[in-house]
Design a protein around this ligand. Structure first.
Ligand SMILES: CC(C)(COP(=O)(O)OP(=O)(O)OC[C@H]1O[C@@H](n2cnc3c(N)ncnc32)[C@H](O)[C@@H]1OP(=O)(O)O)[C@@H](O)C(=O)NCCC(=O)NCCS
Length: 313
């Protein structure tokens, strides 16, 4: 495999990787134990182990530089170029990159005083996103390999029902919040709110507990960073959903917490809801109220959107 030819379609990423040089790749000794701690689904464990990159191989070259990219930007709000899902690398390539970086991520967590249980709950999202991959594609792999960069670089934390990621306000969200009278603007720190799959219902009580934890966690572990707002960009914030679901719906209650800003694309709504079953829009399953709502709305010529929302920190 000619890695550099493969990456030529992503010149900024290639230039970044080439600027970094090598990295001392070391993998955990007891792999099955480590994979289980990361909640890697049992049916993926053997295939992950078999996909170990060989020293000297093109994958090794790339894995060294991907690991170096994560470690050299540990904790930083300035993002390195994102990992690309390249099928040529095999379904588990990035799992190995993250296995090599995990000791560095854990060291960073320890330096920041992050409790062990928060670290492991956070890192278990690696396995969760392998389950998400299977739900969507019916095969092993890691969904959106760039997503776990946030965890590995010490930006995202699992605090119960919700995850919170240290981030910067985008130009448009920062400008909208400033216009709304908040003491923030583009590029200022903010917390992104994320809603993991495979974590039970989104009850208001569980969300209250997570928001409360976040308000205590970030000032304690990142005291130098001042947060005024939390933002969320999700299909769950499309307020058209409230026309279809009952007032007691968890999704509707979640939406009501936020001040809503711009519409964005649908945030992958169909994949989050139907997984791999969303191939034929005329034949969407109608097992739950939300599924029926989505299908009815589309059948009536409607469009679903994602939405950006914010709430005070
Ligand atoms: C977020 C989530 C937990 C909300 O589920 P919930 O707490 O059950 O939400 P509600 O109480 O509002 O559910 C109302 C109805 O919609 C259904 N529903 C909710 N989310 C659903 C989903 N993802 N797929 C199918 N049906 C869903 C519920 O089953 C219920 O229908 P019913 O009364 O016929 O059983 C759920 O959508 C989920 O797990 N999503 C995946 C993660 C995700 O999308 N994250 C956002 C990333 S941007």
């Amino acid at each position: 495999m000619d890695i550099k030819a493969l990456l030529r379609g992503h010149p900024a990423w290639l230039a970044h990787l080439e600027s970094l040089g090598g990295f001392d790749l070391a993998f955990p000794g007891d792999l099955p134990l480590e994979l289980l701690r990361l909640a890697v689904p049992h049916e993926d464990v053997n295939a992950v182990i078999a996909a170990r990159p060989e020293p000297g191989s093109p994958q090794w070259w790339l894995a060294e530089r991907c690991a170096h990219s994560l470690v050299s930007t540990m904790g930083s709000l300035d993002e390195p170029p994102p990992f690309r899902p390249l099928p040529e690398l095999g379904p588990y390539f990035y799992v190995w990159v993250y296995l090599a970086v995990l000791p560095h991520s854990r060291r960073y967590h320890r330096e920041r005083g992050i409790p062990e249980e928060v670290s492991w709950a956070t890192f278990a999202d690696l396995g969760r996103n392998m389950a998400v991959h299977r739900k969507r594609h019916g095969a092993g792999g890691l969904h959106e390999p760039r997503w776990f960069m946030l965890h590995a670089r010490g930006l995202l934390y699992d605090l119960g029902r919700l995850q919170f990621a240290r981030d910067r306000l985008s130009p448009s969200t920062g400008a909208a919040l400033r216009a709304a009278g908040l003491p923030v603007g583009p590029g200022d720190p903010a917390l992104g709110v994320h809603i993991p799959d495979f974590h039970g219902p989104l009850t208001p009580e569980a969300c209250d507990a997570s928001f409360e934890r976040a308000r205590e966690f970030f000032p304690r572990h990142f005291p130098e960073e001042e947060h005024h707002v939390m933002t969320c960009a999700s299909w769950l914030l499309d307020d058209q959903i409230a026309r279809y679901l009952p007032a007691g719906s968890n999704i509707v209650a979640f939406q009501r917490r936020f001040h809503l800003l711009d519409r964005i694309d649908d945030g992958d709504m169909l994949s989050f809801v139907f997984g791999g079953d969303a191939t034929d829009l005329a034949e969407l399953p109608r097992r739950t109220r939300l599924e029926r709502a989505i299908a009815d709305h589309l059948a009536a010529g409607g469009t679903w959107y994602g939405r950006i929302g914010w709430l005070p920190f």
